[in-house]
Design a protein around this ligand. Structure first.
Ligand code: AMP
Ligand code: GLY
Length: 437
């Protein structure tokens, strides 16, 4: 029987703890630092995800059999390298491999070198040259800070003047700090976005069900970019030829390219794709499970997650195909008022909060145990997830679950999972169509 440590404390980690805990091979799950929902199924540890020293001490002391890392910060910072050096079993990419997420300039030049489809781009470390480039280019641009900026370092622009302002904001005003020393400017692509995650073992890949993630704060894809306001999976069917193209031309090619470059990639590779008229193109790579994609993908995984991770660590991901439930899973995120801007925490949460009850899954994100019960402790608070044999059924029951939770200032999108035609109607509807305030 295994003892497992999960690093992180959001909805993704709650889903990971839940999936790992449901394996018959697992004796106990620990989570650093966890949250109020995770506390129901795992032991919470007061250790920060970036406190590698304490994590190692704990893993040694408790004879942890496997550590799974959720967030990008510790991965990019080298937590996997340290665990490996200490001969502790850990699932995730090394710091060198995680540059695919940690440096957008690295990822873009890697893709160019290996012929992986992505938007045309240029890299700058000089604000004047970047400004001149914006002024002289035609068509809309996207300006991106090179390093990790908690999902905020990307500015999608309409006009050259907007792109110039973005350069000023990132490089001169240093809106995201030192990560803006270098920037990538790329052509803006049009199409539907798709999140594809895959397990990788350095050589082989096993694709997860593709998911659709809703990044903008408001209905109709308006408002600021967030960590994700909801998701559903599968966004395209597993037997869709498009998925084979994505596997062969993007995911496997990336793993092959990393191996060729002497930086083998093992862990979860997440490709954020734009489905353009000329085929799928990579918008970004993440070196970890997506959030909230994980909350809709893991509930559909029939194969034991411990076995999948074991196969990835043994270099044997080609041996057993993953099995999936023939269902749809949808997730609606409840956030604190003001998110992704300034928001308040500490509001008591009432209603049904149990991880698994009345047919729903509730993955907590920013929650903690207050003296009188569970209180809000973050921007994204809870993800209400539902599985159903139909798309409409999954969406409807997730929203029914949303009605059964209350806290002051709760916000959510009301259009998660609507079909494109319905979203189109939504776009023309008044901007104020919005969740509860
Ligand atoms: P990233 O963190 O690079 O994925 O960017 C965050 C979001 O910005 C993406 O999910 C897209 O919605 C948008 N984005 C990034 N790059 C582009 C691009 N080249 N064209 C259009 N939208 C983009
Ligand atoms: N859902 C986007 C991410 O995990 O980065």
């Amino acid at each position: 029987m295994l003892k497992i440590l999960v690093i992180g404390g959001g909805g993704r980690e709650h889903a990971l703890c839940w999936a790992l805990r449901s394996s018959p091979q697992v004796e106990k799950v620990y989570c650093a630092p966890g949250n109020a929902g995770i506390a129901e199924i795992a032991r919470q540890l007061e250790i920060k995800p970036t406190d590698t020293k304490k994590l190692i001490e704990f893993a040694r002391h408790e004879a942890i059999d496997l550590t799974v890392v959720g967030p990008e910060d510790p991965i990019v910072g080298g937590v996997v390298d340290t665990f490996r050096r200490e001969k502790l079993r850990v699932f995730g990419p090394t710091a060198a491999a995680a540059q695919l997420e940690g440096s957008k300039a690295f990822a873009k030049s890697f893709m160019r070198r290996h012929n992986i489809p992505t938007a045309p781009f240029a890299v700058f470390d000089n604000a004047e040259e970047a400004t001149r480039f914006c002024r002289e280019s035609e068509g809309p641009l996207v300006v991106k800070a090179d390093g990790l900026a908690a999902g905020k370092g990307v500015i999608v622009c309409e006009t050259p003047a907007e792109a110039e302002a973005a350069v000023q904001h990132i490089m001169v005003e240093r809106a995201f700090g030192a990560v803006g020393e270098k920037i990538v400017i790329e052509r803006r692509l049009a199409g539907q976005e798709l999140s594809v995650m895959a397990f990788a073992d350095g050589r082989h890949v096993a694709l997860m069900l593709p998911a659709r993630d809703y990044k903008r704060a408001l209905d109709g894809d308006r408002g600021a970019n967030t960590g994700g306001m909801g998701a559903y999976a599968p966004a395209i069917r597993l037997d869709d030829p498009l998925l084979e193209e994505i596997e062969r031309g993007i995911i496997q090619k990336t793993i092959d390219g990393m191996a060729e470059d002497g930086i083998p990639y093992s862990g979860v590779l997440y490709a954020g794709l734009m489905m353009t008229e000329s085929g799928p193109k990579v918008l970004e790579f993440n070196c970890r499970f997506g959030d909230p994609e994980t909350q809709v993908v893991l509930p559909l995984l029939k194969t034991d997650l411990v076995d999948v991770i074991g196969a990835a660590l043994a270099g044997k991901l080609d041996m057993e195909p993953l099995e999936w439930r023939d269902e749809v899973c949808a997730c609606v995120i409840l956030t604190s008022k003001g998110y992704p801007g300034k928001y308040e925490t500490g509001a008591p949460i009432s209603g049904t909060l149990k991880t698994e009850s009345d047919g729903l899954l509730r993955f907590h994100a920013g929650t903690s145990a207050g003296t009188g019960g569970v209180i809000t402790a973050g921007g994204r608070v809870l993800g209400i997830c539902s599985r159903s044999s139909t798309h409409e059924g999954a969406i409807a029951s997730a929203y029914a679950g949303v009605e059964r939770v209350q806290f002051k200032g709760a916000q959510f999108r009301t259009d998660i999972g609507l079909r494109p035609a319905e979203v189109h109607r939504m776009r023309r509807a008044p901007a104020e169509r919005r969740g509860r305030f």
